[in-house]
Each structure stands twice: as C-alpha cells, then as structure tokens.
Design a protein around this ligand. Structure first.
Ligand code: ADP
Ligand code: MG
Length: 374
C-alpha cells in the first residue's frame, strides 16, 4: 500500500480519538500525519525532536497518533509522558499486548519513568521477550523529554549521540524494520540545544497551532458564540488558547486582561533595559527578534531569552523542518520567528502605542479591529 493510502487510513482513525479534557473529537493534523508517515517509511532512521508553541497540541497529537497508528499492521507505537506520575497515564499504545508487556517492563526495570529514555535499549529488549517486534516499525513518542535530562543531569549532546548510536544496534539485534524515537518539547531554551546536535542521526521539526479551518471546526464543536475571526486574532489556532477561552465561558475580556499583564511586564522589562526601540522593531517584524545567545551581555539578547522562556515567541527558521503548514500573511508570524499566540503581539503593540497610559481589553480590541478593516 502506498504511503498516501496508509496515511489516509491513519487520518481517518485520528478523528476517532477522543480529546478527554474538552469532550470533543480530535480535529485535523492531516498534513502532519502525511509528512510523518512519509518520514517513517522513506527516510533513513533518525531521532526526531518536535518543537512548537506551548499548547499547539503536541501532547494530544502524539496520543492521538499512537492510537491511530494501530490501524497499520506493521507499526508499533508507544507514547510516554515523563511528566506523569502514574504508570497508567505514562504509557499508552494502541496494541493491548504491547501495552501489557511495556507496563510489566516499566515496573520490573525502572523505579522512575524518567529513566526510560536513558535506557531505551533495555526497555525494548524486555518488551521484545514478550511481544515480538521483528519487522515492525517502532515509533516511541517521549513527551517532556527534558525532564529526564534535567533529572539525571545528562547533556542533550550526550543523550542524542548515545541514542543515535543505539538505533542501528537495536534494529539489528531485535530485527526491527525501523526505529524512530520522537521527542517532544515546548521548552525553547532546550530546543536551542537540540538544534546544535542536528545532523544525520537527529533532526528537528516544527509543529504549529491548528490552521484556521481546523480551529473553526474545534470552535464549532465547542459551540463558541463569538466571531471566529476575532478568536483567531487572539489565539491564532492555538488549541490551548481555545481551551482556556472555553473554560472562561468565552469571556474574551478576562482572557485578554490576563495576557496583558504578561505584556505589561515585558514592556516594563524592555524599559528597564533601555531597549524600547528593540521592542518596537519586534512588533514591526518578528524577524527582528535576535537569535538565542545564552551568555551575551547585550540587553537585546537577555530580552530575547525572556521571550523564548516565557513562550511568547518561537524560532521557526529552516533548521526546523515543518510538519505543519505555518500560516503566512499574519502580522505576528515572520519568516524565521513568530509570536506563539497573537494576543501577545496585539497586547504589546497596543501598549507601545498607548505609551504610559494604562491600556485595557478595549484598546487591544481596537488594535485588532483596525487591522481587520485594513
Ligand atoms: N487536534 C486537536 N483537537 C482537539 N483538541 C486539541 C487538539 N490538539 C490539542 N487539543 C487540546 O488543546 C490543549 C493543548 O494541547 P496539548 O497537546 O496539551 O499542547 P502541547 O503539548 O503542545 O503543549 C489540550 O486541552 C488538548 O486536549
Ligand atoms: Mg505537552
């Protein structure tokens, strides 16, 4: 069966995944699925690191895809979330027998789930004793990977190099068809360290917020009474933003007011550093954001680190292969850098324009409306 056909089956199954927190069906992620299956079937083995805005849906997608890959006979997909404490929630896989074997392995081998990535070799070997992995494509999603590295004080460089060496050994020994570890992280400072190790055995990928049509679909499912275009200008398809608004009963004012506080702090920080011009340049064009330089004394660089750590902006340049299509023609998205959600862009913009005056929800709204009227 062709990659396209296989992707189609998986995509169909994705829709059946229930998003528990919101009590809706999973939406979209078709492009991502086509691209990932193409990678798993055609590219040489490597470690994948997926970065993306905070709340863009990485965790939900990894869970949904683990479930959906179950329709393909020759795939075994396992999802582990290192931030979960209970083994029940840590682990999930479509195939119940793998789940059994993996759960037993977990309890027999590790006192701590954070050890798994460091001991992937023992983990797979033990599963293999119970469940033959031969000729299978194994995809292991490990969510919140930096937890394990922080906890065991392992550098990203050492981790990636040992992991990529093991890929081929494991494949030979267990006669796997292929093995793809997929690591997820929202931590932009960590993503920078992964970027440095990018090479033939590890590549970095970018996942984005939902595209407009999918965001509208999710808003419909949640019976959102507010104009969808306005919501798009606030959260830009970020499903966590949509979930937050839903939780607030679609009270946009509450949502914007909370985000404005973060914007005010940023503007204040820029003033303290004496770089308000830099802030204006960033609002003019997100590509004016300086690169990540950890040890620089230049105030612009300290400010950049704040923007990355606070999940306000994110690099989206060519070092990240795109799993998602990133919207073009939005003022908060540049070629190489972007605001993770537009509300920060509009908030900072309104604050800069308003100068010292205290600004509120209405000012942000006016800013958006002026833009929409063009
Ligand atoms: N495709 C989707 N369809 C419906 N809800 C989604 C989708 N993706 C994410 N969500 C919801 O959006 C919120 C944020 O997603 P999450 O996966 O936690 O983001 P991330 O891991 O990137 O920070 C969660 O409540 C999740 O259930
Ligand atoms: Mg997550």
């Amino acid at each position: 069966m062709s990659v396209m056909m296989r992707a189609k089956d998986v995509i169909e199954k994705l829709r059946g995944h229930k998003v528990r927190g919101l009590n809706v069906n999973f939406v979209d992620r078709e492009t991502e699925t086509e691209r990932l299956i193409d990678i798993f079937e055609k590219r040489p083995m490597h470690v994948l690191v997926i970065s993306g805005p905070w709340g863009c849906g990485k965790t939900e997608y990894a869970r949904a895809l683990t479930y959906a890959l179950g329709v393909l006979d020759d795939y075994i997909s396992i999802y582990m979330n290192l931030s979960e404490e209970e083994a029940e929630r840590v682990l999930m896989t479509m195939k119940p027998r793998v789940r059994e074997a993996a759960k037993d392995t977990l309890t027999a081998l590790f006192k701590d789930v954070a050890e798994i990535p460091l001991r992937m070799y023992s983990f797979l070997k033990m599963i293999n004793q119970r469940f033959i992995l031969r000729n299978q494509i194994i995809v292991i999603f490990i969510d919140e990977i930096t937890r394990s590295l922080d906890k065991y004080k392992i550098s990203i460089r050492d981790f990636i190099s040992s992991m990529s060496l093991k890929l081929y050994d494991l494949c030979d020994e267990l006669r796997l068809k292929r093995l793809y570890p997929v690591f997820l992280t929202s931590e932009q400072t960590a993503a920078q360290y992964f970027l440095r190790e990018r090479g033939k055995d590890m590549f970095t990928y970018l996942m984005w917020n939902l595209p407009k049509e999918a965001a509208h679909e999710l808003l419909d499912e949640l019976r959102c009474p507010v104009d969808n275009e306005l919501i798009w200008q606030l959260v830009g398809g970020n499903p966590r933003g949509i979930a937050e608004l839903f939780g607030l009963g679609w009270d946009l004012e509450k949502y914007v007011t909370a985000k404005l506080k973060t914007c005010e702090e940023l503007v204040q920080y820029a003033q303290d550093l004496g770089i308000t011009d830099y802030l204006s340049e960033i609002i003019e064009d997100a590509d004016n954001i300086k690169p990540y330089v950890p040890d620089s004394d230049m105030p612009e660089y300290s400010f950049t680190i704040k923007l990355l750590e606070g999940n306000i902006v994110i690099p989206i340049d060519a070092r990240f292969e795109r799993l998602s299509n990133v919207p073009s023609n939005e003022p908060w998205i540049g070629e190489d850098k972007a605001f993770q959600v537009p509300v920060y862009y509009w908030g900072i913009k309104a604050l800069i324009k308003g100068r010292k005056r205290k600004i509120g929800f209405k000012d942000v709204l006016n800013e958006i409306q002026r833009y929409l009227k063009g």
